[in-house]
Write a protein that binds this ligand. Structure first.
Ligand SMILES: Cc1cc2nc3c(=O)[nH]c(=O)nc-3n(C[C@H](O)[C@H](O)[C@H](O)COP(=O)(O)OP(=O)(O)OC[C@H]3O[C@@H](n4cnc5c(N)ncnc54)[C@H](O)[C@@H]3O)c2cc1C
Length: 351
């Protein structure tokens, strides 16, 4: 099989890239590859399983209803300079490839799975997760980054009768954002009844389920434990010819044009790249738009390629259904969280 452009990964960046390629007339010459047969808005997954009754918005859709390009459900096992090999042995030759394989959440793989999965299986799995939250009386959340904080807010806002503890290793919540953002998250969550503990690194207690111990010896036990310990990059296919494009953090080295450094036909976007900026869907979108334009210029031999400038720290973090933090590049404007609260950006991706 041969294609002009192969896109590895139908996450937020991959989908945004396909939408832009459609606009410039390159989607028909593109193949989109993902182990899942659906596209999903990761921002909205927490609310959709914690409180499906208050958030009936569909957060996932069959890929074939989102994009017009050819879609292959499969996992890329090996990427070479001009071809890729799928897990089932199929080979796809390409002129250009865009690596958009993103990340999963360390400790909470079910939140952003990257294994073969159908839409039906995914919805079933998330139904199981809903029941777990519903049935648990004591919930322990380990990790005070954006995912842990949003999850604590979603549960506390909907269930007033649960004992929720959020424990984090650093000395504050949201330590990738400003100290003020972390302070506010702690204050709002505490008001909602969440017990927030900082400076605590927990280790599982061997032989018992859902029991953890801090370095100072404090024991934490719960009916349900969620861990959210940062991101884990989906880079397993960067082997042999392309292994040299990975840095020691597992990221793909790109230049300002978002071309893989040292290659002439590979691009990378979003969470998987080594661009020194926060790993966000909003930024994956920016990368996608820039790469679509650069592909168009390369293929049609027009103009110079555009360059991406690393973005300063920013983030929209919900704290339950109404409150939240909106950290813009140079200031905080928390009332702007209303934009995210509307539909958690689902309509931006799944029209
Ligand atoms: C709960 C939560 C809330 C968030 N809130 C926000 C927010 O408000 N604003 C914001 O900007 N960002 C937010 N983010 C971060 C955002 O989701 C990520 O930055 C974004 O998803 C990254 O996009 P991506 O395209 O790089 O990769 P991903 O979205 O991770 O997509 C990668 C895709 O690649 C596929 N893939 C993986 N391996 C392979 C393979 N071997 N072969 C083929 N395909 C493969 C995966 O199946 C997946 O579909 C949030 C994340 C979470 C978890």
């Amino acid at each position: 099989m041969k294609t002009k452009i192969a896109v590895i990964g139908a996450g937020l960046g991959g989908l945004s890239l396909l939408k832009t390629l459609e606009k410039i007339g390159l989607a028909k010459e593109t193949i989109l590859i993902d182990p899942k047969d659906y596209g999903e808005v990761s921002f909205a997954v927490l609310r959709s399983f914690v409180t499906p009754e208050t958030f009936p918005t569909k957060v996932r859709k069959p890929l074939k209803e989102i994009v017009t390009s050819e879609v292959i459900q499969g996992k890329v096992e090996e990427l070479n300079e001009h071809s890729l090999i799928l897990e089932d042995g199929r080979i796809i030759d390409f002129e250009y490839a865009v690596i958009a394989s993103g990340s999963s959440i360390n400790g909470f793989e079910n939140l952003k799975p990257s294994e073969s999965l159908s839409l039906e299986q995914r919805e079933y799995n998330m139904g199981v997760e809903t029941k777990k939250v519903h049935d648990a009386k004591k919930i322990l959340i380990i990790g005070g980054g954006p995912v842990g904080v949003e999850l604590a807010g979603e549960i506390a806002d909907n269930y007033k009768n649960k004992e929720i503890t959020l424990v984090t290793g650093p000395n504050r919540l949201l330590n990738s954002l400003s100290p003020g953002a972390g302070k506010k998250a702690k204050k709002v969550l505490t008001t909602m009844g969440v017990k927030v503990l900082t400076n605590q690194y927990l280790e599982p207690i061997e032989g018992s389920i859902n029991s953890y111990k801090s370095k100072s010896g404090q024991i934490f036990e719960a009916d349900l434990v969620y861990k959210s310990l940062g991101i884990k990059l989906n880079n397993g296919f960067m082997k042999n010819e392309t292994a040299r494009y990975i840095n020691d953090r597992g990221q793909i080295k790109v230049d300002a044009r978002l071309m893989v450094k040292g290659s002439t036909n590979l691009f990378a976007l979003g969470d998987i790249t080594d661009v020194e900026e926060m790993k966000l869907g909003a930024i994956a979108n920016m990368h996608a738009k820039l790469i679509a334009g650069n592909l168009n210029n390369l293929i049609n031999n027009i103009g110079k390629l555009k360059e991406h400038k690393a973005m300063p720290a920013m983030g929209f973090i919900t704290l339950g259904h109404k409150k939240g933090i909106a950290q813009l590049p140079f200031m905080r404007m928390d009332p702007m969280i209303a934009i995210k609260q509307k539909d958690l950006f689902v309509s931006m991706y799944l029209k």
